[in-house]
Design a protein around this ligand. Structure first.
Ligand code: GDP
Length: 290
């Protein structure tokens, strides 16, 4: 059965349905309340939680469980389908030559993610290169360089140049033998106009096939504004959630996916280059409800 790692109170409510073949309004109400509690504490946007619970409630009461299906399994299936409908399958990442640009606030994990993704592509038999255009954060160059050395992938950055657009241009030229170009950009503490202008300019030079928004799993309700702004300026095709090795559940990613009409591409699970996973809805949904 899908969703095997449910939180104990939700599992408790579901277990009460054991042996039942039909759900009444009170059963559904109790389960929906547990789901709301789990999703809100996982930082899922309030209005998304409300929309979801309405759909779950309606379907659970209106749809007949197919023959042989218990009420418990029926409602679980509805919950899963509704969440998958919102989150979607993972962003398609073709294993071919391409350019991917990373966007996000400072500290979200962009630099780490760029090296991790390069490692991931190299394991798939491609030749990736990371181009580090973050001239704003002290240490970004050294950090990216070291991680790329550890991942044994090509790297370009220029600590003596303070023009990110120039670095992007030079970087593409210097790494022209690579198949996959991963362009890391500068984040700031908040979305400032000059940051947006800068990333738009870099995008013009790099012409990425895909822009990924990198979000810290702990972002919570703040995901909405970031997602809107980056989507408006460069167009977001997918989301990366980092720091899922911590306690945060990453519910903000749902908001971002919803706002940008995109999907989740990768998950960051730690600080080293191998700590990256492709998104997979089942595990993520179990975690959200856990
Ligand atoms: P940037 O400013 O967006 O480039 O963020 P960094 O890549 O420098 O990441 C900020 C901090 O978060 C660093 O200390 C990273 O080691 C850490 N970090 C990034 N991704 C992860 C992750 O998946 N798990 C954990 N535990 N830490 C991470």
């Amino acid at each position: 059965m899908v969703l095997d790692n449910l939180g104990s109170s939700l599992r408790g409510s579901l277990d009460k349905l054991r042996g039942k073949s039909r759900l009444d309004e009170d059963d559904v109400q109790e389960i929906v309340k547990e789901i709301q509690r789990s999703l809100l504490s996982a930082d899922v946007d309030v209005s998304l939680v409300m929309d979801l619970s309405d759909s779950i409630k309606t379907r659970a009461l209106e749809e007949e469980p197919p023959g042989g299906t218990s009420a418990r399994d029926h409602v679980l299936k509805i919950v899963y389908e509704e969440l998958v409908g919102l989150i979607g399958e993972s962003t398609e990442i073709p294993l071919e030559s391409q350019t991917i640009m990373l966007a996000g606030l400072q500290g979200s994990g962009k630099t780490t993610t760029s090296a991790k993704m390069a490692w991931w592509f190299s394991k798939k038999g491609l030749r990736p290169a990371v181009i580090q255009t973050d001239t704003f954060r002290p240490g970004a160059y050294d950090q990216a360089k070291q991680m790329c050395e550890r991942a044994e992938v090509d790297f370009y950055g220029d600590p003596d140049c303070d023009d990110p657009v120039q670095i992007a241009r030079d970087g593409l030229e210097a790494t022209e033998d690579a198949d996959v170009h991963i362009v890391d950009t500068a984040g700031r503490h908040a979305l400032e106009d000059d940051l947006i202008a800068e990333i738009e300019e870099i995008e013009g030079v790099v012409q990425p096939d895909l822009n990924l928004l990198v979000l810290d799993a702990a972002i919570g309700q703040g995901a909405k504004e970031q997602a809107q702004q980056f989507d408006e300026s460069i167009g977001i095709g997918g989301v990366v959630i980092t720091k899922l090795d911590g306690t945060a559940k990453g519910g903000g990613a749902l908001t971002a996916v919803n706002e940008t009409d995109s999907s989740i591409a990768f998950l960051g699970m730690g600080e080293t280059v191998q700590d990256i996973e492709r998104f997979e809805p089942n595990g993520f949904i179990s975690r959200l409800l856990g």
